[in-house]
Write a protein that binds this ligand. Structure first.
Ligand code: C5P
Length: 402
C-alpha cells in the first residue's frame, strides 16, 4: 500500500530502541509518507537530529522554546499537520506523562493538542513494563482510544530477557499501513449503535432500569467513526460524553428507543444493539407519586423486542448485531437469540465474571456469527472488543452483505 499523502508525526523518546526508529522512517518515506520527527531531550541522547533530518527529509524539532526561529504555537501546528502520531520508542515516562495529562515538553504538548490517532510502541525493561503503574497508564490510554503496539519478548539492552523490546520496524510499519487502510474501511456506511440502559417510569419520580454504563456502545460508536462511518448513537442516560462526530439521539424508555431504531434502521447498513433494554415496564405510569398507601404490587408488562422486530424487516444488505448477557455464559441461549432475532452476529458475555463486570472498562466475550462458528476472545478493553466486532462486521459486508 502506498502511504502517499499521509502525514506521520514520529515522536522519539529516550530509549536505546530509538535506533530502530531510523529504520522505521526509511520504510515510511519509501512508501511515500511524509514524516516529521519530534525528539525528546532524552531521545537526543540516543539518535542525532542530523540522522533523523537526513532520513525524514524534514527539520527535526526537539524543544518547546528553541532559541532561534521560535514560533509560539508550533506544538499546535504539528498536531494539526499530522494524520497520525506514532510514538516509538515510548518510554514509561512518556506514557505516564500522557496518561496523566502532563505536557512539559514539545512532544507531550503536541500529543495533548492531538487531532489524530496516536499509536504508541512501548520499549523498556521488563520490570518497568510490568510495573502496575505503567500497566494502569497503558490501560487508561487504551480506554481513551490510544493504539498500542505490544512490545516483544527477547533479549533486552540491559542484558536481561523478557517483555519490553520495541516492536520491529517492519511490524510498526505494517500496523501503520493497516491503520490507514482501516481509517476509511466504513466510509459511506451508515451505522446505528444503541447504548446504555432504558428507564421505565413507575410514576413521575421513579423508574425501573439496570446497571448498564453504556461504555460498550460508546466504544463501538467511536470505533465506527474512526473507520469513516456515518454514526448515529441512540443512547439511554449515561455518564459518558458522546464521541466527536456521532449524531446523538437521547432516549429514555424502550418505547422511545423502539421508535428511533425503527426510523434510523430504514436507512442504515449496520445496526449494533448494545443497549440494555429493560425487558418489562410498569403496565401504567402513575400520574402521581406513589406511596400513600404503598402499593402492594406494581403490575408489569413486557417491552417489545426491538431487535427481533428489526430482524423481521431487515434487508439482505443490512447487518444486525446483538448482545447476549448470559449469567453462566449459556451458549444455547445466545444461539437461540441469534436465530430468533435473525442476527448476523451475537456477542455473548457474562457480567458476573471477575474482570468483566458491569460498568467496567473490560469485557470477556464470545462472538457467534449467524452462519456458524464461534470466536472466544481474551479479556480486552471494550474499545478493543469494539474493533474486533467491527472487523467481523466488515468481513460480513465483504462476503455477502451490503
Ligand atoms: O433477549 P435479550 O434481552 O437477552 O437480548 C439481548 C439483545 O436484544 C441486545 O442486543 C438488546 O439490545 C436487544 N433487545 C432488544 N429489545 C428488547 C430486549 C433486548 O432489542 N426488548
Amino acid at each position: 500500500m502506498s502511504l502517499k499523502n499521509h502525514k506521520i508525526l514520529l515522536g522519539i523518546s529516550g530509549g536505546i530502541a530509538a535506533y530502530k526508529s531510523c529504520l522505521l522512517i526509511r520504510l515510511l518515506v519509501k512508501a511515500g509518507a511524509e514524516v516529521k520527527v519530534v525528539l525528546t531531550k532524552a531521545g537526543a541522547q540516543f539518535v542525532t537530529k542530523t540522522t533523523l533530518e537526513t532520513l525524514s527529509g524534514n527539520p527535526v524539532a526537539c524543544e518547546m522554546f528553541p532559541p532561534a526561529q521560535f514560533v509560539g504555537t508550533h506544538h499546535i501546528s504539528y498536531a494539526e499537520w499530522a494524520d497520525l502520531i506514532v510514538l516509538a520508542p515510548a518510554t514509561a515516562n512518556l506514557i505516564g506523562k500522557i496518561a496523566n495529562g502532563i505536557a512539559d515538553d514539545l512532544l507531550t504538548t503536541l500529543v495533548m493538542a492531538k487531532q489524530s490517532a496516536v499509536m504508541i510502541a512501548p520499549a523498556m525493561n521488563t520490570e518497568m513494563y510490568n510495573n502496575p503503574i505503567v500497566q494502569e497508564n497503558i490501560a487508561k490510554l487504551k480506554e481513551r482510544g490510544y493504539l498500542f503496539l505490544a512490545p516483544a519478548s527477547g533479549e533486552l539492552a540491559c542484558g536481561s530477557e523478557g517483555v519490553g523490546r520495541l516492536a520491529e520496524p517492519e511490524e510498526i510499519f505494517t500496523t501503520i499501513e493497516r491503520y490507514f487502510q482501516k481509517s476509511a474501511s466504513l466510509a459511506g456506511k451508515r451505522v446505528v449503535v444503541t447504548a446504555g440502559p432504558t428507564r421505565e417510569r413507575i410514576d413521575p419520580v421513579r423508574y425501573i432500569s439496570n446497571f448498564s454504563s453504556g461504555k460498550m456502545g460508546y466504544a463501538l460508536a467511536t470505533e465506527a467513526v474512526d473507520r469513516g462511518a456515518e454514526v448515529v448513537l441512540i443512547s439511554g442516560l449515561t455518564a459518558l460524553v458522546a464521541p466527536a462526530g456521532v449524531r446523538l439521539i437521547p432516549i429514555e424508555s424502550a418505547a422511545q428507543l423502539q421508535k428511533k431504531v425503527k426510523s434510523e434502521f430504514a436507512r442504515a447498513d449496520i445496526l449494533i444493539m448494545a443497549a440494555a433494554v429493560a425487558d418489562f415496564r410498569p403496565a401504567e405510569t402513575a400520574k402521581r407519586k406513589l406511596g400513600d398507601p404503598v402499593p402492594a404490587q406494581i403490575k408489569l408488562k413486557p417491552n417489545p423486542d426491538i431487535l427481533a422486530e428489526v430482524g423481521r424487516s431487515k434487508k439482505k444488505s443490512q447487518v444486525t448485531v446483538g448482545f447476549a448477557l448470559e449469567v453462566g455464559a449459556s451458549k444455547a441461549n445466545a444461539l437461540r437469540k441469534l436465530k430468533e432475532k435473525n442476527l448476523d452476529l451475537i456477542v455473548m458475555n457474562d457480567p458476573t465474571v471477575k474482570g468483566a463486570e458491569f460498568g467496567g472498562d473490560y469485557n470477556i466475550a464470545t462472538i457467534y456469527p449467524g452462519d456458524g462458528g464461534e470466536w472466544q476472545l481474551a479479556r480486552m478493553t471494550k474499545r478493543e472488543l469494539a474493533a474486533v466486532i467491527l472487523d467481523k462486521i466488515e468481513e460480513k459486508l465483504a462476503t455477502g452483505g451490503a
